[in-house]
Design a protein around this ligand. Sequence first.
Ligand code: KIV
Length: 294
Amino acid sequence: MAPKVTAPAVLARKGGSKLKMVTAYDAPTARIADRAGADIILVGDSVANVVLGYEDTLAVTVDVMVHHTAAVTRMNPQALVVGDMPWLSYHSSTTETVHNAGRFIQEGGAGAVKLEGGRKRLDMIHAVLDAEIPVMGHLGLTPQSVHAMGGYRVQGKEAQAAYELISDANALADAGVFAIVLEGVPDVVAEIVTNEIQVPTIGIGAGVNCDGQVLVFHDVTGLGAGEYLPKFVKQYAHIADDAVAALEEFFADVESGAFPSEAETYHMPAGSEEMLRDLSSQSSDILADEAMER
Ligand code: KIV
């Protein structure tokens, strides 16, 4: 069996074979991602909108994220499991940040955490790294900043904004993150970052020049309930449609009596059925006699 993927192993892949990352939020999606050969499974805070029905990612807490992370790690995947630190869990103090990051490791069984933001999060990143917890960065369209960004918009489209993003990437790399997710940025910005920094970049809506790519499980497999798919998603299957077709067939079989068939039915051992039928007809005779006497 191949060894488990670790954060240093991901870092060592810089410029090598492309890193394959996908989200998973529970045991079955983790098992599928691992069987398919994911290097990294991200327990993303996108669980909020993808699975839990919220509008955005802001509603989920550390408790919720750790609960989902533990479900993923119970499958013992070969992939590195990265827990996504939710909004407000790494914003107020380094002490609280380290405590929250530690919960992903101790209770969730993750091998690393991810947090969003650039230079303004450096103190928190240093503190988590000092606690020996590997950190993955996340720059560009950072969904936890949806209100500050005024919506989900491609970031770094203007030269100055792109320059700031590249500076953020350099700062995170210097701080010691083992990889950086680049989300929703023009391809040339991702290309410059990828060429400049010594840690792998993992793109989502960031063009082909990153060191790896990530997509949300439910988007790539067509399991999602939502109608809207961002431009950067390529859907490789239509699992939700297949599931609807399967359930329609099941319900039709229930209506027609075709389900359950012999194959799905339990029987009593030879002799027991007859004995039971005798007993039950005797007891109904006794009950009928008692009713007559009354
Ligand atoms: O939560 C998530 O799914 C993410 C990916 C989009 C990178 O952060």
